[in-house]
Design a protein around this ligand. Structure first.
Ligand code: AMP
Length: 387
């Protein structure tokens, strides 16, 4: 079995915890490749889809010219109310792939209501941002139900009977328990990053939430990976689904991957410093393992003069949003994060992902390095390994 096949197999079926003793550092070393695989031949252009004119106009305004492969296959089936299981990473355009048919249904059907669940607050917010761009001028009402911020404004928003709810399972469940949310009429369910939601222990919440929606409904499930346990859950939720698989290694193929060996903590931070002062390190996302270490590293780098901030679970949602915006607006160019806080982040032009601590699993590694090398650009991923 080739090195690449072995990695792919690990990625798909295994979630072995990595420890520095047993780790095979070869898996973090790989040159970016210009793919010689057959280029995907689009079946549709956006104008082939029969969409509400406002939705077409918003797609145009967003500058989306050609559907990505996941959109090319998901949108027509989604418009036909078919259930869909999409195996695709972030960066493939999967968000618009489900949002476009969902919005079109909400516009055309008076009694349609949609609920979208995502593993993290940041991802839910990003979905809402894209939703608002695509649903501009449609007068559809949305609600964002995420933790870390006050529940009262969300309760007030729910009184407007939003046609679409985007949120994380924990906060959605809170609203159900408080009886501020009734899902009786919801006939469209979207689960984004199902693999992550299951890893984060949301499985029972998700099942309980879906049980409260209409039995006759359309389901969209997206996951970067599909192992037997994920498959068994999504097949119980969906009904005769169409499987759409987009080569999930695509993002990492654009990424130059290498290791950085260090001998002591001082050597480690000095090597990081040397990397950050390189001209090519224009926008750097650094992963560290605990909230405390993330905070400590960010302070250390800031004291060395780098424009740095951090995101982790001890920061309020408001603080996390602010930091993310600073990073997007290039007010800082070094962001230190935990895996959970950085999950699903869609920030353009990240030049480097640095694994200052080892990822726990190969899946985490793939998710981390997928933050760079986006939209056909080449990125770099560097993993620190103790000599
Ligand atoms: P996602 O996989 O949904 O996280 O999307 C990744 C990025 O691709 C987002 O920044 C989108 O704005 C962008 N995108 C989505 N659809 C298209 C498209 N058809 N053409 C070009 N970019 C797109």
């Amino acid at each position: 079995m080739s090195y690449y096949q072995r990695n792919k197999k690990n990625h798909q079926t295994n979630r072995k915890r990595m420890s520095s003793k047993q780790i095979d550092i070869n898996q973090f070393v790989k040159k970016a490749t210009i793919s010689t695989k057959a280029i995907y031949q689009n079946i549709h252009s956006f104008t082939d889809f029969i969409l509400d004119p406002r939705l077409n106009q918003n797609i145009n305004q967003l500058g989306l010219i050609k559907p990505t492969p996941i959109q090319d296959q998901t949108i027509p089936a989604g418009l036909n109310k078919q259930d869909i299981i999409g195996i695709a990473n972030t960066g493939t355009g999967k968000t618009a792939a489900f949002l476009i048919p969902v919005i079109n249904r909400l516009i055309n059907e008076k009694d349609a209501y949609a609920i979208i669940m995502a593993p993290t607050r940041e991802l839910a917010e990003q979905i809402q941002q894209q939703y608002r761009q695509l649903a501009k001028n449609t007068k559809l009402v949305d609600a964002l139900l995420i933790g870390g911020i006050g529940i009262m404004p969300q309760i007030r928003q729910l009184k407007y009977k939003p046609e679409i709810i985007i949120g994380t399972p924990g906060r959605i469940k809170d609203h159900i328990n408080r009886q501020s949310l009734n899902l009786d009429q919801f006939n469209i369910v979207v689960l984004d990053e199902v693999d992550r939601m299951l890893e984060m222990g949301f499985v029972e919440d998700i099942k309980a939430i879906i049980k409260l929606t209409k039995p006759q409904r359309q389901n969209f499930c997206f996951s970067a990976t599909l192992n037997p346990s994920i498959k068994s859950i999504i097949t119980t939720i969906t009904n005769d689904p169409l499987y759409i698989t987009i080569n999930s290694s695509k993002t990492s193929e654009n990424v130059n991957q290498d290791i950085v060996k260090y001998s002591s903590n001082l050597d480690k931070i000095n090597k990081l410093h040397d990397l950050l002062i390189q001209k090519t390190a224009t926008k750097v996302l650094i992963f560290d393992d605990t909230k405390r270490n993330v905070e400590k590293l960010a302070i250390d780098l800031a004291s060395r003069g780098f424009l740095t901030n951090s995101i982790h679970g001890n920061k309020s949602q408001y603080q996390r949003q602010q930091v993310l915006q600073q990073f997007k607006d290039n007010k800082i160019n070094v962001l230190v994060a935990t895996d959970v806080a950085a999950r699903g982040l869609d920030v353009h032009d990240i030049s480097h992902v640095i694994n200052y601590s080892l990822p726990q699993t190969f899946d985490d590694y793939i998710h981390r390095i997928g933050r760079t090398g986006r939209a056909d650009k080449t990125g770099s991923a560097l993993t620190f390994v103790n000599q």
